[in-house]
Ligand binder design. Structure first.
Ligand code: HEM
Length: 219
């Protein structure tokens, strides 16, 4: 079994691909590793304020909450993905999760050392911006069933099985809807043979039927 404190090579993250291997090797010492249990909030040592974290394994929900406790999830991060504490979103492990993290101070020093890293950051922030724009368009123009189909499509990207391991509550949060509405839509799709519903996950039996529903929409 690997030592939990060992820092793996950074080139396992797409974010670092193409950067000089000598930098990646020396930067490893700036990183720490931490594990979180299912449903645990990602909180990092206070000595290391404002961290950037990289998901090694597991899944992390990125969400904002309203004053009255409602939650809107904007993303579910999987292994390989990156996020920052200063985005002010709540990050919660939705399954047992391990991350690598680096302090903002060290990350800035790394960018000074290797300006190419800043270009990688611009690319990542561009992707986050595109995702945010998609969410705005979804909320402004699309019905809940359409938003739910899009959540499924985003979650399926890069996966090679058809199971979506998200609860109805998480799906509601990701679709900007309520659990009751999501239950109704899923039950309707179950009757049509499009999905099979299980405790804690949904299997897409006929995903192409969902993609057809959203293919004609503005994207
Ligand atoms: C939705 C997500 C994010 C939001 C809303 C956000 C927001 C911000 C804001 C407002 C600042 C300026 C802070 C200030 O000057 O006081 C900032 C700076 C910065 N962010 Fe983010 N950020 C996000 C994601 C990320 C991610 C994922 C990374 C790294 C992988 C990152 C890296 C940085 C760095 C390095 C700076 C400092 C640049 C400098 O001062 O040299 N951010 N971000």
């Amino acid at each position: 079994m690997s030592n939990p404190k060992t820092i793996p090579d950074l080139d396992r993250f797409a974010f670092f691909h193409g950067l000089p291997p000598a930098f990646l090797q020396t930067w490893k010492r700036n990183f720490s590793r931490m594990s979180f249990a299912k449903r645990q909030r990602l909180v990092f040592p206070s000595s290391c304020s404002d961290v950037i974290f990289f998901v090694l394994s597991g899944k992390v929900k990125i969400a904002y909450t309203s004053e009255d406790g409602k939650e809107f999830a904007i993303a579910i991060l999987s292994a390989g993905e990156v996020y920052s504490e200063h985005s002010l979103a709540l990050a919660t492990a939705i399954e047992k999760t391990e991350v690598l993290y680096v302090s903002m101070a060290d990350f800035k020093a790394m960018m000074d050392e290797c300006p190419e890293l800043a270009r990688h950051l611009v690319r990542l922030l561009g992707k986050i911006l595109r995702l945010t724009n998609d969410l705005i368009v979804d909320l402004a123009f699309r019905e809940t069933s359409s938003r739910l189909a899009r959540v499924f499509r985003r979650t399926m990207q890069g996966k090679n099985d058809n199971a979506i391991y998200l609860t109805h509550e998480e799906l509601a949060s990701l679709s900007g809807s309520t659990r009751q509405t999501i239950n109704e839509i899923l039950r309707h799709w179950e009757q049509q043979g499009i999905v099979a519903l299980h405790r804690g996950y949904v299997v897409l039996l006929l995903p192409e039927r969902l993609w057809e529903k959203i293919s004609h929409e503005y994207s």
